[in-house]
Design a protein around this ligand. Structure first.
Ligand code: CDP
Ligand code: CDP
Length: 240
């Protein structure tokens, strides 16, 4: 059976990583977190003191950066890490999961030349098919011909609560209103930026998981994937 390219887009905390990881596990596909690449570059920019949105030096920084995504070890998986992330060959899996880095990522993500560099990397990484890639522009820009597109959403309050719980577990001292404010600010930047804003692709299936857990949502998406696989197989046998 031909393997699909599955694109999952949606706002912060909508459950993209959990869903994409679980669907990839069930189908035996590769899971790729494009947001982790923006976060890794955001971390590098923060460390270099580049906190403005001055495009040329940030684009230069992106061109001179090597980001790699790898599967997690069993311990990392058990601790909730779905991807291992390497920035210029040094692991930054944990360091990129802060609100400060998320904000830096969403700032540099507004720059067209930065996006060109990362989108090209993402297209290379997913070129063979059999991938579940998640982010903001996967179904619209990175893989506009993906065979299955999901736009995942949930209310801002529920999304902030999910993120806040993760911070609590790590011992971060953020309040729920602070996390909600950051989630709303990031939503606004991601949806209103000029280049590749977060929008639902016309052919994406809208899934609202405000009241659904990861497993239920994954079952739904796996069912949709199997249907698409069958349709493609039938189309191929008719053609050949
Ligand atoms: O990748 P994204 O920011 O869209 O979300 P995530 O990292 O997959 O999920 C954020 C948190 O919400 C995680 O701790 C998930 O376990 C949790 N979650 C949930 O409780 N119910 C869902 N349906 C989806 C995610
Ligand atoms: O996990 P969460 O949904 O909170 O964020 P993320 O997926 O790790 O992405 C961090 C930031 O990177 C987002 O707020 C976006 O601004 C940016 N991003 C993007 O612009 N395009 C993508 N394909 C993925 C992330």
């Amino acid at each position: 059976m031909r393997k699909l390219t599955i694109a999952i887009d949606g706002p912060a905390g909508s459950g993209k990583s959990s869903l994409a990881r679980r669907v990839a596990q069930i189908l035996g596909y590769l899971y790729l977190d494009s947001g982790a690449m923006y976060r890794a570059l955001g971390l590098k920019a923060l460390r270099a003191g580049m906190t403005s949105d001055n495009a040329p030096p940030l684009a230069e920084l992106a061109r001179g950066t090597h980001i790699e995504l790898k599967s997690p070890t069993e311990e990392q998986e058990a601790a909730g890490f779905k991807n291992r992330v390497f920035l210029d060959n040094v692991e930054v899996t944990h360091e990129i999961r802060t609100e400060e880095v998320a904000k830096a990522a969403s700032l540099i993500a507004t720059i067209a030349d930065v996006r060109h560099v990362l989108v090209a990397e993402q297209q290379r990484a997913g070129a063979g098919g059999g991938v579940v890639m998640e982010g903001r522009d996967i179904g619209t820009v990175v893989f506009p011909h993906a065979e299955l597109k999901i736009f995942l959403d949930a209310s801002a309050e529920v999304r902030a609560e999910r993120r806040w719980k993760e911070h609590q577990e790590k011992g971060d001292v953020l309040t729920l209103p602070e996390v909600l404010e950051e989630v709303r600010a990031r939503d606004k930047r991601d949806r209103e930026r000029k280049v590749s804003p977060l929008v639902r692709a016309a052919d994406a299936v809208l899934v609202d998981n405000t009241a659904m857990d990861v497993e239920e949502t994954a079952r739904l998406v796996v069912m949709l994937s199997r249907e698409r696989e069958k349709e493609l197989a039938q189309a191929a046998s008719r053609a050949g």
